[in-house]
Design a protein. Structure first.
Length: 171
């Protein structure tokens, strides 16, 4: 069973926007679904359940004009970029590890992996981080981290230096 998109209209729409066109083998589909699931969980951890649920209630449109439509479309765009970023890092490894010719062929045919390079991956990571920061409610998004270091602002969801994102370092 495919993991549903969080902010895009459908799983198929998310894959189309990520530029996954031909992936059919079970290993690649499993990796894609795991990545989408990880991004879903990441949104809940970074911006909170209440904020995710609020954004999900907003209308999604191709031509947003209200603040609410812009917020929802922005969240959908960030979801695409986040999935794309993670797949660009992971699918090439799957191809090297897999012995199946169909996996290698799928990787070469997919624009998301064919066009991957270190600069693009780094740029996507920055876009995702900035986009997530923009989804956090303005009234609660910044906290003073005086116990961590003077004169530094921290965003909810940031980690303390040296702590992993899955550990106790979440603010």
């Amino acid at each position: 069973m495919a993991t549903e998109s969080l902010f895009n209209e459908s799983y198929e729409d998310l894959l189309k926007r990520v530029r996954i066109n031909t992936a059919r083998d079970a290993q690649t589909i499993e990796l894609i679904n795991m990545t989408i699931s990880e991004v879903r969980v990441g949104f809940y951890k970074k911006i909170g359940t209440a904020r995710v649920n609020y954004i999900k209630t907003l209308n999604i449109t191709d031509n947003p004009s209200s603040d609410e439509e812009i917020l929802r479309k922005g969240a959908a765009n960030i979801e695409v970029l986040w999935v794309m970023y993670l797949l660009m890092e992971r699918l090439p490894s799957q191809t090297v590890a897999g012995s199946s010719a169909s996996i290698k062929q799928s990787w070469n045919e997919e624009p998301v992996t064919r066009d991957a390079n270190a600069d693009l991956i780094a740029a996507l990571k920055i876009q995702v981080q900035d986009g997530i920061e923009g989804l956090v409610e303005a009234s609660i998004s910044r906290v003073r981290g005086s116990s961590v270091g003077p004169y530094e602002d921290y965003i909810i969801g940031d980690t303390f230096r040296g702590c992993s994102e899955t550990g106790s370092g979440w603010l």
